[in-house]
Ligand binder design. Structure first.
Ligand code: SAH
Ligand code: SF4
Ligand code: F3S
Length: 434
């Protein structure tokens, strides 16, 4: 009889994709994916260590497994992902009911680990982990494609280089083959994943890889995350010239203060950052720009913070992810003096988000009456009579349900802008309004 697996996924897209890989490996071992932990013979936690909060969320959810384990002694609990790689065997002492701890580079051997029972499997130097099994993908029209693993940047606040290891790029022909197959299966969009995709380098560089991917015929290509330092003129030209590459860039700034950027070991100042955004906007009309900001980095003064505020007002992001600095053990910034009090961090965060909300809304308002290409995803949130999809610039657009199918690419006209979404009409159906 087949066995059931349930996966809790925390963290970034790389983890979401790793969970798809786990399902692929486990399906070889006779497992099928179920939607509730109560039905499972195996529960996996695919964890994230980026901020203390992400780790806490995992440990409190893990604690809730105790009664399940008591009720079903055959239930196996496995912990994978970045907390597993970071904490290793300490997880067993903190949660004795955990059976297996495995790192991001040990996904391919999951079935063997399960056969052996209680076990620790983490790579000393995490690196390339090519999928040896078919990936069980969540969507039939959008797919994640890993192009590189790990990170060499050592931003002083960040734990990723320690949990994901050194940067390794996949050979371009593996990537292109994967995307060619997806295209044949009817996939419309791929998102290329890596901690710093524009430092991709194998037999070709990132612009070269994009060129090869564009030639597969896949309709849409996205990628994340890019690093401002590695945003070259050649890459901007490739983004501008390749029709499949979507008009959206996620380019984390982290801070608007040069002093803080240097303490963060980011390798650029605000003036460089501003110039790169200007170059992108000049070459790629309609490009949406999103970013990440950390407030309350150790030693961040009011003046540094004000520099960040004026920077986001100048850049005018389409959307922004902002975080309070979280001290991560083993990182360089964790040993810096003058940690900023939590109350100051949260005040700075809330204030920044309020300012950004207005900018986001203004940006969306500029799109009223625009004609956009939408990849239909499915039902709109909170309104069963409407569907939603995403524009090439990654804007969420809802429209009346006229039987459009998920995975279809349509043209819409934007009729109304809201803070986080747009409303539109399908131009093929409402041609009289055109
Ligand atoms: N490789 C990507 C993503 C890293 S994690 C990049 O370089 O952009 C995503 C975001 O989390 C980062 O951009 C940063 O803004 C935030 N982050 C990382 N470490 C953090 C920490 N210790 N505290 C708060 N935010 C952090
Ligand atoms: Fe972390 Fe910096 Fe690497 Fe991004 S580029 S994963 S923030 S070390
Ligand atoms: Fe989290 Fe690891 Fe991703 S720490 S953000 S799951 S690389």
């Amino acid at each position: 009889m087949g066995k059931n697996v349930f996966i809790y996924t925390f963290g970034c897209q790389m983890n979401v994709h790793d969970s798809e890989k786990m399902l692929g490996v486990l399906s070889q071992g006779g497992y099928q994916n179920v939607t509730s932990p109560e039905e499972a013979d195996l529960i996996i936690f695919n964890t994230c260590a980026i901020r203390a909060k992400a780790e806490q969320k995992f440990f409190s959810q893990l604690g809730r497994m105790k009664p399940l384990k008591r009720r079903n002694p055959n239930l196996q609990i496995a912990v994978g992902g970045c907390v597993a790689q970071e904490t290793q065997k300490k997880i067993f002492s903190r949660a004795p009911y955990v059976d297996i701890v495995f790192g991001p580079q040990n996904i391919n051997s999951l079935n063997q680990l399960l056969d052996q029972g209680r076990k620790l499997a983490v790579a000393d130097n995490p690196g390339l982990a090519e999928s040896e099994f078919d990936i069980v993908r969540d969507s039939s029209f959008r797919a994640w494609v890993a192009i590189m693993y790990g990170c060499n940047n050592y931003c002083s606040y960040c734990i990723v280089p320690y949990t994901r290891g050194r940067e390794v790029s996949r050979p371009s022909d593996h990537i292109v083959e994967e995307i060619r197959d997806l295209h044949k299966l009817g996939y419309k969009e791929v998102t290329l994943l890596g901690q710093n995709v524009n430092s991709y380098r194998s037999d070709t560089d990132f612009p070269g890889l994009l060129e090869k991917i564009d030639a597969t015929g896949i309709a849409r290509v996205r990628f994340m995350t890019s690093h401002p330092r590695d945003m070259s003129r050649e890459l901007v030209a490739a983004l501008a010239g390749l029709p499949s590459v979507c008009e959206h860039i996620h380019l984390p700034m982290q801070s608007g203060s040069d002093r803080i950027l240097s303490l963060m070991n980011r390798g650029y100042g605000f003036a460089d950052y501003r110039d790169k955004i200007a170059m992108l906007r000049a070459e790629i009309p309609g490009i949406a720009v999103t970013g990440d900001i950390i407030v309350g980095f150790p030693g961040e003064t009011d003046e540094d913070y004000q520099a960040t505020l004026s920077a986001i007002q100048e850049i005018e992001y389409d959307g922004l992810f902002a975080f309070m600095y979280s001290k991560r053990q083993g990182t360089k910034a964790s040993s810096l003096d003058s940690q900023v009090p939590e109350s100051v961090k949260s005040e700075r965060l809330n204030n920044l988000l309020k300012i950004q909300e207005q900018i986001t809304e203004n940006k969306n308002r500029c799109l009223e009456n625009a004609e956009l290409e939408i990849l239909v995803e499915g039902p709109a949130e909170n309104d069963p009579a409407r569907l939603m999809g995403r524009s090439r610039a990654n804007k969420i657009v809802s429209f009346a349900d006229n039987g459009e199918r998920a995975g279809e690419i349509i043209r819409i006209r934007v009729t109304r802008a809201h803070m986080h979404t747009l409303e539109g009409i399908n131009l093929a159906i409402n041609s009289h309004i055109v």
